[in-house]
Design a protein around this ligand. Structure first.
Ligand SMILES: *[C@@H]1O[C@H](CO)[C@@H](O)[C@H](O)[C@H]1NC(C)=O
Length: 330
C-alpha cells in the first residue's frame, strides 16, 4: 500500500505480541505538503514531467481497479470534475493541518446553475459517482450565488469519506445523493437546502454555516423501507463568516415526504428558528429528531414536525452493513 498506517492490529500468540498495520486507517499528520508515495501529483503551473495541471486530467488518467491516490498542490483550480473510478481512490489537498479544513490550500471552483447545466448533478463542481472514495483537505465551491440551484459536491456512491473539506455554495451546496457517506471536520456553507439528498450520511465535528435564512437540510427520503438518514453529530450550526442571522434558519424541510434527519450532541446557535422545521413536499410526514444539543437554538419546545427521541443515532444504526471504510483517525 502507498500510504502510511496508524492503526495496528495486535496478533497475540503464546507469549508473543506482533503488531501489523491495517489498511483502513490513514495516518493523521499535522501537515501534508507533498504527494504521498505512489500518488499522482497535480499542480496548476507544473512543468514536471508526469505531473498534471488539472485535477480532471489526473482523474482521466486512471483506469482499472487498483487503489489509487491523487495529491493536489496549493492553488485554485477552476474546473468541473466527474469521478467514476473502479477502484478505491483517495484525493489529498495540500495543507499544514490535516485535522481541519482551516488550513486548506486547495480550492476547486466552478460556476454554473442547475438549470443552465441541465441537472443538479451536471451543475456540480465535483461529482463523485464511484464508491470507495476518500477526500482530504480540499475546498469545493460552486460560485453561482443566490437565486438558483447550483451544486458544489454531488456525492453519489457508497463508502465515501470527506475529511477536513470545505463545501461552499448558496442553494444546494452539498448533494449527499446516495450510499453510505461520512463527513468529518468539514465546513459546509449555503443558504437554502444546502445539505440535501438521500444518502445515509454522518456529519461529525462539522461546522454548518448559513449565509441567509432558509432550510439547511432537504432530505429526499421517500419510502419507509429507505434506510437513508442525515445524522448531524457533534457539529455546530451557525452563521457563515460576516453574516448576521437570528432565528431564521430552519434545520430542515422535506424535499420528499419521509425526510429523515437527526441533530445530536451539537451546538445549535441562535440562528435557528424556534419552530425548527418548515415545509416543502406536499403531505410530507418527515422524521425530524434532536437529541442532546446545546446553544440558544436548541430549545425544542416550539418545534413543529418534531419526533421526540431519548437516544442518539449510532453509526451502527446508520450503517448496518458496517463502516470499516471510514478513517477512524477523524
Ligand atoms: C451530549 O453532547 C456532548 C457534546 O457532544 C457530549 O460531550 C455528551 O457526552 C453528550 N451527552 C449524552 C448524554 O449523550
Amino acid at each position: 500500500m502507498f500510504f502510511s498506517k496508524l492503526a495496528l492490529v495486535t496478533l497475540a500468540f503464546t507469549g508473543i505480541s506482533l503488531a501489523v498495520p491495517t489498511s483502513n486507517t490513514l495516518e493523521k499528520r499535522t501537515a501534508r505538503t507533498s504527494a504521498p508515495t505512489g500518488c499522482l501529483s497535480v499542480q496548476a503551473d507544473t512543468t514536471t514531467s508526469g505531473w498534471y495541471q488539472t485535477v480532471a486530467s489526473a482523474v482521466a488518467s486512471l483506469s482499472g481497479t487498483a487503489d489509487a491516490c491523487i495529491f493536489i498542490y496549493s492553488g485554485t483550480y477552476t474546473e468541473q470534475i466527474a469521478i467514476e473510478y473502479g477502484g478505491a481512490l483517495t484525493v489529498y489537498g495540500y495543507t499544514t493541518d490535516t485535522g481541519s479544513y482551516k488550513n486548506n490550500a486547495v480550492t476547486i471552483t466552478h460556476t454554473i446553475s442547475s438549470s443552465a447545466a441541465g441537472s443538479l448533478d451536471a451543475s456540480s463542481t465535483l461529482q463523485v459517482k464511484s464508491s470507495n472514495f476518500k477526500m482530504y483537505n480540499i475546498n469545493v465551491a460552486n460560485g453561482y450565488g443566490s437565486s438558483a440551484q447550483a451544486v458544489a459536491l454531488t456525492a453519489n456512491g457508497d463508502q465515501q469519506g470527506y475529511y477536513g473539506c470545505k463545501f461552499d455554495g448558496y442553494q444546494d451546496t452539498l448533494y449527499a445523493k446516495s450510499g453510505y457517506q461520512y463527513y468529518s471536520n468539514c465546513y459546509i456553507a449555503g443558504a437554502t437546502d444546502y445539505i440535501f439528498g438521500d444518502a445515509s450520511a454522518w456529519f461529525g465535528g462539522c461546522t454548518i454555516a448559513s449565509k441567509a435564512g432558509g432550510a439547511i437540510t432537504a432530505s429526499s427520503r421517500e419510502v419507509a423501507t429507505d434506510t437513508s438518514w442525515f445524522v448531524i453529530d457533534d457539529s455546530t450550526v451557525t452563521a457563515d463568516t460576516g453574516v448576521s442571522l437570528s432565528q431564521n434558519v430552519y434545520l430542515g424541510r422535506p424535499w420528499r415526504v419521509l425526510a429523515r434527519v437527526i441533530y445530536q450532541n451539537s451546538v445549535l446557535t441562535g440562528v435557528v428558528a424556534p419552530e425548527g422545521y418548515t415545509t416543502m413536499a406536499t403531505d410530507a410526514t418527515p422524521i425530524y429528531m434532536e437529541y442532546n444539543n446545546s446553544g440558544d437554538g436548541a430549545d425544542t419546545s416550539e418545534r413543529v414536525d418534531f419526533t421526540a427521541t431519548d437516544s442518539a443515532v449510532s453509526k451502527d444504526t446508520l450503517w448496518p452493513a458496517g463502516y470499516a471504510w471510514i478513517d477512524t483517525s477523524y
